[in-house]
Write a protein that binds this ligand. Structure first.
Ligand code: IMP
Ligand code: MG
Length: 182
């Protein structure tokens, strides 16, 4: 990737994220109040911080599993192809499942993953995304719960990367490239 210099402007503070997760967790806890055990599926790698905070607010018996799908190279452009790089460890047939995604952008990843997991006949499958960029959508899909709708900006932090960097920022920031010195 290019080494073009950039700065990160705060878009959503750590405090605002925590407050929103508290609200969403109440809704999810109510939705699954009758579950014997909810399988919370994190999509690697971008959702790892979100899922960690989310599950600690859920007042439900849960399991955690992970799935890795690739739709991105180390760039800011999404590709249409979605491949499963790492599948779930556990079976989900007849189970309650919540898929946790960092961002829904074009929608290809979430569409592919929900289609795949639904083919395994879960009892109930819902989706949550921390961020949604509706203006970028190429396929008709929406997460059942959304943390924040954001404009078409490239964001980092709170688990989300730019070429594997900036995942450890505690807030969501937007990448702003500095003008080329040419
Ligand atoms: P989609 O398949 O286009 O919806 O892409 C979803 C994936 O692209 C997300 O899970 C992210 O990993 C990645 N992505 C989309 N927008 C951004 C962004 O602004 N920053 C970093 N990664 C992003
Ligand atoms: Mg992702």
């Amino acid at each position: 990737m290019s080494e073009r210099p950039y700065v990160i402007d705060t878009m959503i503070s750590a405090k605002a994220i925590a407050a929103r997760i508290e609200e969403l967790s109440k809704e999810i806890t109510a939705e699954y109040s009758d579950t014997d055990k909810l399988v919370v599926v994190g999509l690697l790698r971008g959702s790892f911080v979100f899922i960690a905070d989310l599950v600690r607010e859920l007042d439900l018996p849960i399991e955690v599993d992970f799935l890795e799908a690739s739709s991105y190279g180390d760039s800011t452009e999404s590709s249409r192809e979605v491949r499963i790089l790492k599948d779930l460890r556990g079976a989900i047939e007849g189970r309650d499942v919540l898929v946790v995604e960092d961002i829904v952008d074009t929608g290809h990843t979430l569409k592919h993953v929900t289609h795949l997991l639904n083919s395994r006949k879960p009892k109930r499958l819902n989706t949550i995304a921390l961020l949604d960029k509706p203006s970028r959508r190429e396929v008709n899909i929406r997460a059942d719960w959304i943390g924040f709708e954001i404009p078409d900006e490239f964001v980092v932090g709170y688990g989300i990367d730019f070429a594997q960097r900036n995942r450890n920022l505690p807030y969501i920031g937007k990448v702003r490239f500095l003008a080329d010195a040419e």
